[in-house]
Ligand binder design. Structure first.
Ligand SMILES: NC(=O)c1ccc[n+]([C@@H]2O[C@H](COP(=O)([O-])OP(=O)(O)OC[C@H]3O[C@@H](n4cnc5c(N)ncnc54)[C@H](O)[C@@H]3O)[C@@H](O)[C@H]2O)c1
Length: 285
């Protein structure tokens, strides 16, 4: 159901790869709520994904850009402003990738070139987008910028690897840049810490299905879906949330405040003797 929450607003959305992507759902919801949008993704994603289909459905255009490359971002912001005929109101950063995770390399044996790539793609890209946008004065006063994070930035979760460090940096960038953009233009910058969600990036995390099940059992409201995340993002882009900035906001059904739930205990208590750290060859992950 649409409320016209984003009527008259214009926004740039990074990271819609296919119809499982969180950014895909945000684009659909933003469009439904009356926003005009521009979509962008890495050039490789143009070949692998369906972003063009989404653009057609949302009466939008796709401007490819590698979010780690300043030249690409400068062109992207210029073309986006050209498309909108001026400044715009919101940005979604929905980008994540770790070559160490992809290649199954453990956290105590990281490849440092890959680690730098993880940080560049998943966190520094956020800073680069903000810096280029500010230099080009691309955002309207009282604009809203969001990036997607995960609770592993605060708490250690088995298997999340160097993405945990990238998310910690991402959340810190939101605070540091939030101060600058806030004092100058009243632009707010926040991260949304989302439940595990079955997407292309999500499913690359080791033991993902078990993680989804565990976090669902632990969360009093159950895991938040990509559609629900989109609803929340739209609210954060709307004028209803004008004074929220420099925050990491959990959108996780309550998971981040739990220690143990009845549902998780019921499963755990049946399997107490089955695991031995010394027998488990994957214990170092
Ligand atoms: N799926 C989950 O469980 C989950 C949970 C919490 C947070 N998140 C975060 O949500 C965000 C979106 O991920 P998703 O789950 O929708 O998966 P996804 O695979 O659909 O999206 C990841 C996107 O990053 C893009 N990308 C990768 N490298 C890029 C680059 N160099 N330049 C521009 N774009 C690039 C990919 O093309 C893809 O569109 C990520 O930040 C992810 O860490 C996901």
């Amino acid at each position: 159901m649409a409320f016209n929450l984003l009527k008259g607003k214009k926004g740039l959305i990074f990271g819609a790869l296919n119809d499982k992507s969180i950014a895909w759902k945000v684009a659909e919801s933003a469009f439904e709520e009356g926003a005009e949008i521009v979509l962008t993704n890495a050039p490789f994603a143009m070949r692998l994904g369906d972003t063009d289909k989404l653009a057609e459905a949302c009466n939008s255009v796709v401007i490819p850009a590698d979010a780690t490359k300043i030249e690409d971002l400068e062109l992207l912001i210029e073309k986006t402003m050209e498309h909108f005929g001026g400044k715009f109101d919101f940005i979604l950063h929905s980008i994540g990738m770790s070559p160490n995770v992809r290649k199954g390399i453990t956290y105590d044996n990281l490849n440092y070139d890959y680690f730098l790539k993880t940080l560049d793609v998943s966190a520094l890209s956020f800073h680069k987008i903000l810096q280029v946008s500010r230099q080009k004065d691309a955002l309207n006063n009282w604009g809203s910028v969001l990036a997607l994070s995960y609770v592993a930035a605060q708490r250690t979760l088995y298997g999340y690897n160097d993405m945990a460090d990238a998310k910690a940096l991402l959340e810190s960038i939101a605070r540091s840049f939030g101060y600058i953009y806030g004092r100058e233009k009243n632009i707010r910058i926040n991260t949304i810490s989302q439940s595990p969600t079955p997407t292309t990036a999500g499913q690359g995390v080791m033991g993902f299905n078990d993680l989804v099940d565990f976090s669902n059992r632990m969360s009093p409201l159950g895991n938040a879906t990509a559609d629900e995340c989109a609803d929340f993002c739209v609210t954060m882009f709307s004028d209803l949330t004008k004074k929220i900035t420099m925050q990491n906001i959990y959108h996780d059904g309550g998971f981040s405040s739990m220690g143990m739930s009845r549902k998780a205990m019921a499963v755990y208590s049946k399997n107490l003797d089955e695991y031995s750290e010394f027998k488990d060859v994957t214990h170092r992950f």
